[in-house]
Ligand binder design. Structure first.
Ligand code: GLA
Length: 734
């Protein structure tokens, strides 16, 4: 019998009358998370970090905290008792009791996937009230990931009110804490920001609902003792799998202990639980690396691709999206011509974006028609079906844009169902991008979306891809569906309603490709990725901005989910002007697409595009989708370069991207030391996407050892502002 199980059984049997401390270890291949049960049945936190196989030394471990200075680190602290920091859970009980004090009653280890994924569930109860709390930890051994979630169950006859309900609580012990988070705005997502934490609380959060990840992403990298480095140093990375309001608190207390509490944001969200009702929190994902941010990212990426992102074995198709090339201004002929052009340059899918629906109020601008999901007859008299067939004949898949959570006031849907619109009674309903939000806490609205989806798919069964958009957040919160005493459930029930819709759709269309878009990167989180193969990383398609956006996004999320398009120049969002090569070199760092009017390209540009797309499909894409990311130079550094690479798992091929973001004069050339190769292997280095076959590397097409490439590196001639180079490396046997 597995040693873990033995330990589990031993503990379950012997647990109730513990006379001394008992240890509960949760291991991955290289890390350990360790709890202990104290003689008074308190569940304490002991350790998170590199693996400690023999946990017996934690028994009797002492701290110098005076017993009346509050508690030692707890596994899941609650409001009340002796605990005075930010708690993981706070409850108001029917008798007015504001205290919760949990004690351990048992735990259970189980195998989810043999030799891969294990689960440990630790059961706690309140010392006085009828409240059960289960801490659920899953360990993904190979990827050094553990996830934490909590189940709260009310066994009182009367309702209880939860006022905080975090997924996880993690104390961290170091001497200095450097927090890296990802902030931004629409078209400017996932900028990295590092701060040395000082005493007090720093939180990242969203209170917006629906579009929750533009301003701050529910993820972080915490570097211990030293600022974040790529290949060295201890790092804890975390990400929450939830597409609603979230909050992650970092509290540095007087003991210099940092406590991370993370989960659904309690903001305006008191949640009532009736007798025997349970509240299940989303999962908080953690990884620990003693090899810097690079290893933390690779752990998350591998875990995401294997266990989270929907249906990932796919390499997603390259595509042409109609939005920036046509906006609302198209008819059947315009779209057919775009399909012709997409086929001509070797793209594999055409996606018809916004503007195809509405008859009483045709969707010719963002002002009307949203919610009326019937094809606009005047624009597309032969329906979507004719376009799907046309694309199919040309060898392309077909994708369609929808935004089913939203409605324009000027629409038949809003006229018919005013009760479905999110609003506070007696208050003005604000519009955002001329639209209102449908109330997904209402099961009727959930049914409407599923039925609409089914109708679109049954009319056009060959649709291969759906871009699911959501272009506003919540304001003037209120639901006609929820009772007065449950209005504060709205934020949570909306997201649960959305997940219900997603999972019903997924059971109906298991093979459909789906992109999570929310005005670009407004829904980039591990919750949404359970139902989607990719995200629309940002509405900003400017290559210069994308270098930063993609660099930040891929700290936490794998490149395989990063939709990345070549658009027109000057770019529509920023006005920046960059070469087609530069735009391709950036877009090829993720799932490549184009989003422009191909007719606007010159013949020489079309030739370049055809070539780049072909190389992407054969050489680059397998590495973007399945390779390991190694970041080489950060765009945030003074030097003005950005470089990174993807290496195949067997280290036989790699692709290296280098971007120069500023004029370097005639004297400064980047020295690119590669990473993640095998030192003994020999690699032929070939620059791809070249203009006129000219390479910026003197050693182009030559063979070098991995040892040379990783230590001496490649000295390349890249001095002009906004210039770039991409190198394909292939192992040669000589
Ligand atoms: C959002 C999306 C864009 C595009 C438009 C259409 O802004 O992020 O990609 O689909 O909506 O209205």
């Amino acid at each position: 019998m597995n040693k873990r199980i033995l330990l589990g059984i031993t503990l379950i049997l012997g647990v109730c009358n513990l006379s001394s401390q008992t240890i509960i270890p949760i291991h991955t291949d290289r890390t350990s998370l360790i709890f202990s049960v104290e003689p008074d049945s308190t569940l304490s936190f002991q350790y998170y970090g590199n693996k400690i196989q023999d946990c017996s030394y934690f028994i009797g471990k002492q701290t110098y905290r005076r017993s009346d200075y509050g508690t030692d680190p707890l596994a899941y602290p609650t409001a009340g008792g002796r605990f005075f920091n930010e708690p993981a859970l706070s409850v108001v009980f029917p008798d007015g009791d504001l205290n919760t004090e949990l004690k351990y009653i048992g735990h259970k280890d189980s195998i989810i996937v043999p030799n891969e994924v294990y689960q440990t569930t630790i059961n706690l109860v309140d010392k006085k009230q009828k409240l059960n709390v289960s801490l659920v930890f899953k360990s993904y051994c190979e990827n050094d990931i553990f996830t934490a979630s909590t189940i709260i169950e009310n066994l009182n006859k009367k309702d209880i009110r939860l006022t905080r309900f975090y997924s996880s609580f993690l104390p961290v012990k170091a001497n200095r804490y450097y927090l890296n988070t990802f902030y931004g705005a629409w078209a400017q997502e996932m900028n990295m920001e590092q701060s040395l934490l000082t005493h007090g609380i720093k939180s990242i959060e969203s209170k917006k609902g629906v579009r929750t990840t533009h301003t701050e992403n529910p993820s972080f990298m915490l570097a211990l003792d030293e600022p974040l480095q790529e290949e060295t140093g201890c790092v804890i990375a975390g990400a929450l799998a939830w597409s609603g309001n979230y909050k992650i608190n970092f509290q540095l207390d007087e003991f210099n202990l940092l406590s991370i509490s993370s989960g659904i944001n309690p903001y305006l969200s008191d949640y009532k639980l009736g007798h025997k009702e349970r509240f299940v929190t989303p999962e908080m994902i953690y990884t620990y690396s003693d090899k810097g941010a690079g290893q933390a990212s690779r752990n998350l990426h591998d875990y995401a691709r294997k266990y989270v992102v929907y249906d990932t074995p796919h390499e997603l198709p390259t595509l042409l999206n109609s939005w920036e090339g046509a906006y609302f201004d198209f008819d059947e002929n315009v779209i057919k011509k775009m399909i012709d052009d997409a086929a001509e340059i070797g793209l594999e899918m055409f996606v018809l974006d916004d503007g195809w629906f509405g008859n009483k109020y045709p969707r010719n601008s963002s002002k009307q028609g949203l919610g009326d999901w019937q094809v606009t007859q005047s624009k597309l008299p032969n329906g979507i079906g004719a376009l799907v067939d046309y694309a199919t004949q040309k060898g392309l898949k077909f994708g369609l844009w929808i935004e089913p959570e939203m409605v324009n006031p000027q629409s038949e849907l809003a006229e018919k169902h005013p009760e479905w619109i999110v609003k506070a009674k007696g208050r003005k309903i604000t519009t955002m991008r001329n639209q209102w939000l449908l109330d997904l806490s209402n099961p009727e609205v959930q049914d409407f979306i599923v039925e609409t989806f089914k109708r679109i798919m049954s009319e056009n069964p060959n649709i291969a891809y759906i871009k699911w958009d959501a272009n506003r957040h919540v304001e003037s919160v209120g639901s006609d569906y929820l009772s007065v005493d449950k209005q504060s459930h709205f934020w949570i029930d909306y997201t649960k309603g959305l997940y219900n819709v997603y999972s019903r759709i997924r059971s109906l269309y298991p093979h459909l490709l789906m992109q999570a878009c929310s005005s670009g990167g407004g829904r980039v989180d591990y919750g949404a990725l359970k139902y989607h193969q990719e995200v629309w990383t940002s509405d900003n398609t400017d290559a210069l901005s994308r270098i930063f956006i993609q660099y930040g996004t891929n700290m936490i999320y794998p490149a395989s989910v990063t939709g990345s398009h070549v658009s027109a120049t000057p770019n529509h969002q920023t006005g920046n002007q960059t070469s087609l090569k530069f735009r391709f070199d950036v877009a090829m760092g993720g799932r490549l697409g184009m989003e422009l009017q191909p007719q606007a390209l010159k013949p020489s540009e079309l030739t370049f595009a055809r070539n780049a797309i072909s190389q992407y499909k054969t050489l680059v894409r397998p590495l973007v989708f399945k390779g390991d990311l190694y970041r080489l130079l950060s765009p945030y550094e003074e030097h003005g370069f950005c470089a990174y690479m993807y290496t195949s798992k067997n280290k036989s091929t790699a692709i290296t991207y280098v971007y120069n973001l500023k004029y370097q004069g005639r004297t400064h050339f980047p020295q690119i030391k590669l990473s993640g190769l095998s030192p003994q292997k020999k690699y032929k280095v070939k620059e791809i996407n070249t203009m006129d076959e000219k390479s910026v590397f003197w050693g182009n097409n030559q063979t070098f050892s991995g040892e040379y490439l990783m230590n001496e590196g490649m000295n390349i001639k890249l001095t002009q502002c906004n210039s770039s180079a991409v190198f394909y490396l292939e192992e040669v046997n000589q």
